[in-house]
Design a protein around this ligand. Structure first.
Ligand code: FES
Length: 132
């Protein structure tokens, strides 16, 4: 099973489905992984009912960070902003389906950090990021 997930990571890294930028967008944020300097930006468009109807990511980084960003941006399409706020790192890790050591964990969580920062805005950001 781990092999299947590993293939998914490599495939998403080589053939991302969600790579791009949305201009205009309703929410956007960009940040880096302090361990390596790799950056990810996520753009979101939201419909009148507060559901994400388009999402895209851009940036550069390792296979784990890029595949996680690709899968996560795909996953959030159709979610409400409240659902995104309550999306946990455990759900992301489960979606990736591979064992991650502490360094790779930072790679995997970069896109979630960026996504949440964009959706929360700066007021609630510090509290939320502290729990990642
Ligand atoms: Fe930079 Fe993974 S090595 S995000």
């Amino acid at each position: 099973m781990d092999d299947l997930y590993r293939e998914q990571i490599i495939d998403r890294y080589k053939n991302p489905q969600m790579r791009g930028r949305l201009d205009p967008h309703d929410y956007t944020y960009e940040d880096d992984n302090p361990l390596c300097g790799d950056r990810i930006r996520i753009d979101l468009r939201v419909d009148d009912e507060g559901r994400i109807n388009e999402a895209a990511f851009s940036g550069d980084g390792c296979a784990i960070s890029q595949a996680a960003a690709d899968l996560l941006t795909e996953r959030v399409v159709g979610m409400s902003l409240e659902e995104v706020k309550s999306y946990t790192k455990d759900e992301l890790i489960e979606m990736l389906g591979i064992d991650l050591g502490p360094v790779r964990m930072k790679c995997a969580l970069l896109s979630l950090k960026v996504l949440k920062a964009g959706v929360y805005g700066l007021d609630e950001l510090e509290e939320e990021l502290a729990s990642l």
